[in-house]
Design a protein around this ligand. Structure first.
Ligand code: FES
Length: 110
């Protein structure tokens, strides 16, 4: 099933945005990161405790916009892979979701 999340221009580069979508009959919180003209989607769930990651609405990135940062205990994740490189869940990873871009829209393919 495909969900159209938003226009590509609705997320700054670098930037991030959260969404709520129905996946396998359940509403799920997810987020999309836009960085260097590429888009990445993950479940909004820290592998440490399952907490949501953002520190303000739609703010998932660290101060340098180089990594995804968990607001609860500051775990840092690679934007392109979701791998945790620092913090209490180092070595673990965010759960990625498949995206595609069609006609300037971001599609979530689940
Ligand atoms: S809940 Fe994310 S680092 Fe602890």
């Amino acid at each position: 099933m495909t969900h159209i999340l938003c226009k590509t221009t609705h997320i700054e580069d670098p930037g991030s945005k959260s969404f709520e979508v129905k996946i396998k009959r359940k509403m799920q919180e997810i987020f999309v990161v836009h960085k260097d003209c590429a888009f990445f989607a993950y479940y909004n769930k820290c592998p440490h405790t399952g907490a949501t990651l953002e520190w303000q609405e739609d703010k998932f990135l660290d101060m340098d916009n180089a990594l995804i940062q968990c607001a609860t205990h500051d775990a840092l994740f690679m934007i392109d892979s979701g791998e945790c490189i620092s913090g209490p869940c180092a070595g673990d990873a965010l759960q990625a979701l498949p995206l595609s871009i069609q006609d300037d829209e971001i599609h979530l393919d689940v």
